[in-house]
Design a protein around this ligand. Sequence first.
Ligand SMILES: [Zn+2]
Length: 408
Amino acid sequence: MDQKDLKDHKQIGQELELFFTDNIAPGAPFWLPKGMVIFKELEKYIRELTEKAGYLETSTPIMVKSELFKQSGHWAKFGEHNMYNLSLSDEDDGSNPQSYTLKPMNCPESTILYRFRPRSYRELPLRLSEIGRLHRREKSGEVNGLLRVRQLTMDDAHIYATEDQISDEVSNILDMMVNFYKLFGFEYDFRLATRPETKAGTDEMWDKAEKALSDVLDKKGIKAGDKLGDGAFYGPKIDVHIKDSQGREWQLATVQLDFHQPEAFKLEYIDETNTPKRPVMIHRAIFGSFERFIAILTEQYQGTFPTWLSPIQVQIIPIADRHLEYAQNVLEQLKSANIRVALDSRAEKMQAKIRDAQLQKIPYMLIIGDRESSEGKVAVRKRDGNDLGAIEISKIVDLIKSEVESKE
Ligand SMILES: [Zn+2]
């Protein structure tokens, strides 16, 4: 496809009725039912991956007292100007207002979950995941569709571990990222981001953390590019940069090593000899933000999502009204097989119905005429124009289910 023919995600989002933004909430997208199907499928997939990898899902409040971010160091680093702060009173008469913040990240609240009760070395590595809704005060000139938003959803996780466990944990996370990005056909490479100018913690802490990450990369034989001075204020990180089908580069996934926040929040575990020790904290995200990831996917596929992500997977197209009864029967069979299916019962010509299904990028069209009705079959046409001929219902169900299963 010619570069000039490519549509951006905002246009595709409107045309396919996936999502949009409105001036009533700048930087915060509205999700339409079809877009929500994609969002939920990705959410389901990341939950499966994290569950398999031994993560435990949690949820923390969206609005917390600002003092938490003062303690974590985020307040000093990002200042009030990059966070949404509200002055609110807990009293009925409105007295003694306090400063609250809409969380811009989940980490400080994750440490509160960790501190819920004393922790033993037997629990480590403790992998706590959270699909958290965050608010960041992006400048109005920088807000852009789903690519840069003020309200975002992050597939976040924090792993509490001993120093001996860092290597295996980071290594497993890198494997998870590679598998994930391969699935979507992205090219990827790694960058090691080191200490920034304004940072928390001692140089000794930073030396140790940077060495730990570069040792993991060496051990895995990964040649990582450098992002000197681009680490988080609390620790170094390995970022995964991906290239989309149009050759544009994006930083999405990240894994960060943090000795600072466990110190700031006085986190402890009891070791084998009953001695309190400080755990390390590993932050990681695979998508980064759902919003940005879906924007990139939408542009990468130009709306032609793979079957497992397609809001409607099958469109049933009866040729004439006399085929409606059988079409309805096929619809029910596909629905009961958990296939997302719609029936085009309009009194339009077949060609017009096919064209509309193609414009909606629906992967499968099942065309039903006299022959199909009498033989109990459907004529299958794929969105790329490929004609599979007349097929039994059970066969097309199997075909679609195996395509969904393998996420082709
Ligand atoms: Zn974090």
